[in-house]
Design a protein around this ligand. Structure first.
Ligand SMILES: [Zn+2]
Length: 388
């Protein structure tokens, strides 16, 4: 979802990040306000003033969005949902939750908190604009007017009941409360989310054909983003349910192909990687685990040196990224794989290799469990499978 994030600071205990894509939207909004919106509504100012107003409007919008996300985050923390932080990016902001809210009630209040903050900002800006129109200089009045309007637009868009938009979350909490099933509620609301995404994509295509290039492209991109997010959220719920109460032990394989450290890189490629089709192999000597070697390390070695260099020289040490304990939570193992782009983890105890955990095995299990217990065979593995 993000390209590259920079951490700005902590606010109320939440880390605040800015994604590089955010700068694109700041420039676009500043430009459109300075050349189009403000000159249209407030005639007769200098072009420098319009640019300052544009920049103030764009930054004001992002302060508003940050406040909106802080609204979600503070309420989520109240319900003890662990928060990863807030990121401002090309489509606005996200407050990332590490797991789903514990109850329908919690979900409702977490979801509604953001729009309530935006309504408050809209009211304050609009009231100040209305009461101060005579007292303040025109540029200030113009920016206040814009912030009042745009925050109202943010609320209106976010309250569309298309998951994962706030309105979709509110609807999900209501359905969850009524029916008792988070899965069912997520399924309905993410279908609406996905449908709404497709609608925006089509709208974008028609706008583009009609000559509105930037607007059309924008609708298209937001549509793609929402559709992807809706589908992913539903799968996340299915995966979490399938892996609930499961431990690494269940998926671990004890028969592991290991590589001695004296193996040359050439031998590793021919006799292990191309033969067993894995990207990672544990390196052992006399039953002792030394580390592991992956295709990534092989890529670093120039082809001419494949016969001289050995696995012992290029291998990685055992670390949290490539190992897991057999009594660890399966969900924890999956997120570690996702984070580190690893398709296999070594199961280790006291420096001894006990077995290997592969993403493939876990996904097969999830897919079967979803099919058997939820009667849903539409679970797409593709979006999850990294590597292997
Ligand atoms: Zn929100």
């Amino acid at each position: 979802m993000f390209t590259k994030r920079i951490k700005l600071f902590n606010l109320l205990g939440f880390p605040i990040y800015i994604d590089l894509s955010w700068f694109i939207i700041v420039v676009l909004i500043t430009w459109s306000l300075a050349t189009n919106v403000f000159p249209g509504f407030y005639e007769g100012l200098s072009s420098g003033t319009y640019w300052w107003m544009g920049l103030a409007g764009a930054l004001g919008l992002f302060v508003s969005i940050l406040a909106h996300e802080l609204g979600h985050s503070v309420v989520a923390r109240h319900y003890e949902v662990p928060m990863r932080g807030i990121t401002l990016f090309i489509f606005g902001g996200v407050a990332e939750m590490s797991r789903e809210p514990p109850s329908a009630k919690a979900e409702f209040f977490v979801a509604i908190a953001g729009p309530i903050v935006s309504v408050a900002i809209a009211v304050v800006c609009y009231a100040t604009f209305f009461l101060g129109e005579a007292a303040f200089a025109t540029p200030i009045v113009g920016v206040l007017w814009y912030l009042g309007v745009i925050n109202a637009v943010v609320v209106a868009f976010n309250m569309i009941p298309a998951f994962p938009l706030d309105g979709g979350r509110v609807l999900r909490s209501v359905l969850w409360h009524v029916n008792g099933s988070l899965r069912w509620a997520t399924r309905i609301t993410s279908s609406i989310g996905s449908g709404f995404g497709i609608m925006l994509i089509l709208l974008g295509v028609f706008s583009f054909i009609g000559g509105n290039f930037i607007g059309g492209m924008w609708q298209f991109l937001i549509g793609m983003f929402l559709r992807g997010a809706a589908q992913m959220s539903y799968q996340q719920v299915l995966i979490r349910r399938a892996l609930e109460g499961e431990f690494v032990e269940r998926f671990m394989r004890a028969d592991v192909v290991t590589v001695p450290p004296s193996t040359t890189v050439h031998q590793l490629v021919e006799d292990y990687i191309y033969k067993h089709h894995h990207k990672m192999f544990p390196v052992t000597e006399n039953g002792r685990l030394l580390g592991c070697v992956t295709t990534r390390e092989v890529q670093q070695v120039p082809r001419g040196e494949w016969d001289q260099r050995t696995v012992g020289e290029i291998m990685q040490q055992c670390a949290d990224e490539n190992t897991i304990r057999r009594d660890a939570d399966a969900m924890q193992a999956l997120s570690s794989m996702n984070r580190n782009g690893a398709s296999r983890l070594m199961v280790v105890r006291d420096g001894q290799l006990e077995g290997i955990l592969s993403l493939k095995d876990m996904l097969k299990f999830i897919s079967l469990k979803v099919e058997v217990e939820e009667g849903d065979s539409g679970f797409a593995q593709a979006s999850l499978v990294r590597g292997e």
